[in-house]
Design a protein around this ligand. Sequence first.
Ligand SMILES: [Zn+2]
Ligand SMILES: [Zn+2]
Length: 387
Amino acid sequence: MESTLQGQLKSWRHHLHQRPETGFEEVDTSAYVANILKTLGLEVERGIGGTGLVATLRAGSSARAIGLRADMDALNIAEQAPGRAHVSLNAGKMHACGHDGHMSMILGAARLLAERRDFDGIVRFIFQPAEEHGRGAKAMMADGLFERFPVDAIFGAHNMPGMRAGTFATRSGGIMASEDNFVIHIKARGTHAARPHMGIDPIVIASQIVLALQTIVSRNLDPGLQAVISCTEFITDGIRNVIPSNVTIKGDTRSYSKDVQALLETRMREISEGICRTHGAQCHFEYTHEFAPTVNSPEYVDLAVTAARNVAGENSIDANVQPMMISEDFGAFLQAVPGNFIFIGNGETNARGGVPLHNAGYDFNDEILETGARYFAEIARLALPRG
Ligand SMILES: [Zn+2]
Ligand SMILES: [Zn+2]
């Protein structure tokens, strides 16, 4: 094993960066990670929720346990990085979200904790598949993750381009949004464009629905809360001189709590079905939960803030960052156990690490690997203190 932590973290990340695999196909990735964890002396269980794995490290006698999570999947993006020595070897796939860096940081924390054993309890290193799909956390939990490997709290992080390298940001409550998808099918009666009175026009009905949906956020939601409803597709089976029989509206909603999610779904259904009924059309309303909101527990936010401060210094932590309307599969774990999710700055815009996530030129910033590894090791030390 390479002697310096930074050299080790960098070589792990570059290996993973060169071999990106997408959701539920992280076979070589999980094998590579499992091998490192076994070499460090941890117990490793593979094949949890598909390609997921859990490694366990014990010290002292306490039965208290925490989970440290990394995500393993890459994206179907062709990397465009001329001159990058560790460029992807898998055509059309790349680690454009920095999950290679997240894995390397969690492996680094495992190495630090295995060497020091300066905690009392159980640390579980959770490597999940398919974060980008919002499916991997659910798959692991459906496979008995927390029954087989119970934890009292769980911690995760995401690198953030646009934030100064190696700084941290978190908040109590909702930090990342839920994502739900909806499909509204309107079945009416098509007719000749010049004979509208002979039919029931679903375009007029669907247009009223699109406008009425905008009143949910403005008129039904408490102004102190936040949500987005976006209609993103409007599909008809009409042609230029034919009023269609069918319109399908598709779209996406975001919010920060289960209550707001439920309000959006209920009001959207009532409005869609009510307007269709008014006009004598049939309505079929579908609403699916894609991502849970990521909601941090105050006690673990305090712990994470202390860990970040101990590792990176007083001025490196924003403890009340603005929430982000993007979604993260970690939220599904936080519905089952309390914990904290934190952002780690990957580099300011126009600096190293400032290329946006999911961009073909993106790369995780190697300079923050050691800070991230030490942060997660510090979390274990603080959450599982020795008597
Ligand atoms: Zn992503
Ligand atoms: Zn990501």
